[in-house]
Design a protein around this ligand. Structure first.
Ligand SMILES: NC(=O)c1ccc[n+]([C@@H]2O[C@H](COP(=O)([O-])OP(=O)(O)OC[C@H]3O[C@@H](n4cnc5c(N)ncnc54)[C@H](OP(=O)(O)O)[C@@H]3O)[C@@H](O)[C@H]2O)c1
Length: 312
């Protein structure tokens, strides 16, 4: 079964693992970038490259109409330094401003283009790192809500994620709640401050987080596409874990000294409430549904092994 797949955002850390996996499974891929200088990168992955601005409905409409895809994957974010400047958890609303637009307006433009071209197979990126609703257990399934992060700098991001999920669900597509990515290029901005001992364990480090390797995120995405899956799936590894466990392990795998400890009040002043919530109260996620319904098998079932292989 060869499918013509349109990957909106084919040059990001996930796109660069997803496109080759799609091609290897025999799919024909059109993939987008905003930057003509990256068309060569897409061509080297054996995709047809196209320049598209996900915030411009004409640009999106034309690119999709020309590609005539059977399926569309929405992987557009603007989190990299090139698009958003230096990571800034304290002012996440500013850092994520364009990403939030890509998750609201960008989703609407892609869904409109899908409807205009008769595409019903639609898969979009959502997030399930640490943002499960902060009551009850530490591990959340898909039917449990995400944390709206009311009153914090993450509120606009959570509202944008809610928009992706609601609109893609309404259109009969699949929403993949990816855990915190690691793998080639994905954690460079995290490892740098960890190496400088500028990324402490906050409070007791009791907040849970879910990780996923990019190659596993890509394979789950392809299963969702090939099966025309509908609804929400957590795409996370087998081992949600507290910051007190994953952060020292990440530091050790990256050859850094153990992370410092910081009290919550100090971290709140320095890096803001969102980082404190993540590290003290975060909730992780279960992957049982993706395994059972998509038949997803992970190459990296735990970040414990994955960090060792990727960060050494
Ligand atoms: N679940 C997670 O943990 C998660 C999810 C996403 C990202 N991240 C992290 O965020 C960092 C940056 O991610 P990234 O490398 O994927 O880069 P990114 O800057 O977020 O870009 C992702 C993709 O979106 C495209 N894009 C950006 N603006 C666009 C626009 N206006 N219209 C259409 N497409 C647009 C980019 O294309 P061009 O740049 O080629 O123009 C690229 O293909 C990494 O550290 C990554 O690990 C984490």
């Amino acid at each position: 079964m060869v499918v013509r797949v349109f990957v909106a955002g084919g040059t990001g850390v996930l796109g660069q693992r997803l496109v080759p996996q799609l091609v290897a499974r025999g799919h024909r891929v059109t993939a987008t970038t905003t930057n003509a200088a990256k068309l060569g990168l897409l061509e080297r992955m054996d995709a047809e490259g196209v320049v598209m601005d996900g915030l411009d409905p004409m640009s999106v409409g034309e690119a999709v109409a020309k590609a005539q895809p059977d399926a569309i994957v929405h992987q557009m974010t603007a989190i990299s330094v090139a698009h958003a400047g230096k990571p800034d958890m304290k002012h996440m609303d500013r850092w994520f401003a364009t990403t939030n637009r890509l998750r609201t307006e960008g989703t609407d433009h892609l869904l409109a283009a899908a409807e205009a071209t008769g595409v019903t197979n639609f898969v979009a990126q959502s997030y399930a790192g640490w943002n499960g609703v902060r009551d009850g257990g530490r591990i959340k399934a898909e039917e449990q809500p995400l944390d709206p992060m009311t009153g914090t700098a993450a509120r606009p991001s959570m509202a944008a994620i809610r928009h992706v999920e609601d609109s893609v669900n309404t259109a009969g597509g699949a929403v993949l709640r990816y855990g915190w990515f690691y793998g080639p290029g994905a954690t460079d901005d995290l490892v740098a401050p960890v190496r400088r001992r500028r990324f402490p364990v906050v409070g007791g480090g009791t907040g849970y987080c879910s990780w996923v390797h990019l190659d596993d995120a890509a394979s789950a995405t392809i299963l969702a596409l090939e099966q025309k899956a509908q609804g929400v799936f957590n795409v996370v590894d087998d081992e949600p874990a507290p910051a007190s466990e994953w952060l020292p392990h990440l530091a050790a795998c990256a050859g850094a000294k153990p992370p410092m400890r910081a009290p919550a009040w100090l971290a709140r002043l320095l890096v803001g409430q969102v980082a404190v919530t993540m590290m003290v109260e975060g909730r992780g996620f279960s992957n049982a549904k993706a395994k059972q319904e998509l038949g997803w098998q992970l190459r990296y079932p735990s970040w414990r092994q994955g960090f060792k292989e990727e960060l050494a």
